[in-house]
Write a protein that binds this ligand. Structure first.
Ligand code: DUC
Ligand code: ZN
Ligand code: ZN
Length: 472
């Protein structure tokens, strides 16, 4: 009987702190030994000097969220987690979204129905709290936190989701009392509404005006306000999808004042600019309509610097998948619509890891350790999944990526989502996963998807471990 179900030989193992050569022994889906010259495994993969990292934890993605007809998200848990696996992501944390008037418990039950038996890799849920009634604040949210839904997103914009400042304070107080992580979408709703109406009145409705309706000022103001609200309640927050300089400055200010403000950014703020929404009134730019919008090119350097120097805690995709063609996505009802009515979001689950390994690690902008920290270890810690997830260590789940460092041109035809485009079409990349393992099983072999629908398990999250525990 072999000692291991699987041995990965000759790995250049990368963790958030170390880089070392070893064999990795796997049994019953977990890493059970790291060492040199391990005994035989029932299966063996020769990594021959290749980097091996923990599988990615994509802590911000939207799958199968209900939308007002005719809009429909292109990816559910089947295609979304298939594409995650092929891109080296082995844990996803999408959102269970509470509609206004809906109980939070019903929202969670609905998302479980959507995910049950569909996923190829493991998944947890963040909550989206859009209706913080006394029952939600006093009963449902505390109970759900205890049951393993330990993070929730709050929106400062979008009419159907946004909370006012008093509601945000109420929700943050629950996060403080019960040890949850509050994620904040920081954009000023009133400013966006005012600007959008003026743009529309002037006939400026092409996709590129989406960026004019959401300038960096609206993100800066809301980021500042979110920081102040969290300071008032004395609770950590995590600002999601930070897009550029002005929000970064607010977060640096908060950190310098000793506040526990964490930050996430996404590939669109490294690789897209406002020009991708269009330089004229063409509708092509609808593909890249997302919020906050991509900014001017100089902001890309600001985001790279923040990734390298520790300003950012997490690198997520904010995968929000809508097809460009047809009437269910970027052309609602089959038509070109004013920017306000274009569904917000771009696909990115499958490309997140390779974009950062290729343009971050291989291009010398960040270390391999920083890559692991941003894409796997920190998201697992922030959302209470560490060290089972996001870790290449004895006892962790054998969620691993063996990297293939070779040049190629990215095409949407290579991807496994159900979206008909990638915003990164034609990019020259120099890395892609050669193998992805989910709990020791090959789900991507470098050429084909090898997963099994339903093999992905639901994960209950513990308390965030990015900070030391509070006493009492
Ligand atoms: N912005 C969000 O806040 N969520 C989904 C996609 C987007 O662009
Ligand atoms: Zn958001
Ligand atoms: Zn989002």
């Amino acid at each position: 009987m072999p000692d291991f179900d699987l041995v990965i030989r000759n790995a250049r193992a990368v963790t958030a702190s170390d880089l070392f050569d070893c064999d990795i022994g796997v049994k019953d889906g977990r890493i059970v030994q790291l060492g040199q010259g391990l005994a035989a495994g029932a299966r063996e993969i020769d990594a021959a000097g290749r980097h091996v990292t923990p599988g990615g934890v994509d802590a911000h993605c939207h799958l199968d969220q209900p939308e007002p007809p005719p809009i429909r998200m292109a990816d559910g848990f089947d295609s979304g987690t298939r594409s995650a696996a092929c891109g080296g992501t082995t844990t996803v944390i999408p959102f269970a979204l509470q509609q206004k008037g809906q109980s939070l418990r019903d929202a969670v039950a609905d998302y479980h129905r959507r995910a049950d038996g569909q996923a190829h890799v493991d998944y947890a849920f963040h909550l989206i709290v859009s209706d913080p009634t006394p029952t939600v604040l006093g009963e449902e949210l505390p109970a759900l936190i205890r049951e393993g839904y330990t993070s929730f997103k709050i929106y400062m914009t979008y009419d159907s989701l946004k909370l006012d400042d008093g509601q945000i304070l109420d929700v943050l107080a629950v996060a403080r009392e019960h040890g949850a992580m509050a994620m904040v979408h920081a954009e000023n709703a009133e400013c966006i509404e005012w600007l959008s109406r003026r743009l529309e009145a002037a006939g400026r409705t092409a996709p590129r005006y989406h960026a004019h309706a959401r300038p960096m000022l609206v993100e800066r103001e809301a980021t500042h306000r979110a920081i102040a609200l969290s300071e008032l309640v004395d609770v950590p927050i995590l600002i999601v999808h930070v897009s550029g300089q002005e929000a970064v400055e607010q977060i640096r200010w908060a950190r310098a004042h000793g506040l526990h403000v964490f930050a996430e950014t996404c590939p669109q703020y490294l690789f897209l600019t406002a020009e991708d929404l269009g330089i004229d009134d063409s509708y092509e730019g609808a593909r890249c309509v997302c919020s906050p919008p991509p900014r001017g090119r100089e902001n890309q350097q600001v985001i790279w610097r923040g990734l390298a120097d520790g300003l950012f805690t997490i690198f997520s995709s904010d995968h929000a998948p809508y097809r460009f063609e047809g009437g269910e996505g970027k052309h609602p009802g089959g038509e070109e619509r004013p920017f306000r009515h274009i569904p917000n979001g771009i696909p990115g689950l499958e490309t997140r890891m390779a974009l950062l390994w290729s343009e971050g690690v291989m291009a010398g902008r960040i270390t391999p350790n920083k890559f692991v920290e941003l894409t796997a270890t920190n998201p697992a810690k922030a959302y209470g999944l560490h060290p089972r997830k996001g870790s290449l260590s004895v006892g962790a789940d054998a969620d691993l990526v063996v990297w293939d460092e070779r040049e190629f041109v990215l095409r949407n035809t290579m991807l496994h989502h159900d979206v008909d485009y990638t915003p990164y079409e034609g990019m020259h990349l120099s890395a892609w996963p050669a193998v992805t393992l989910s709990r020791g099983e090959v789900v991507w072999d470098g050429a084909a998807f090898r997963g099994t629908r339903g093999a992905g398990r639901f994960l209950r999250c513990g308390q965030p471990t990015l900070l030391p525990r509070r006493r009492g």
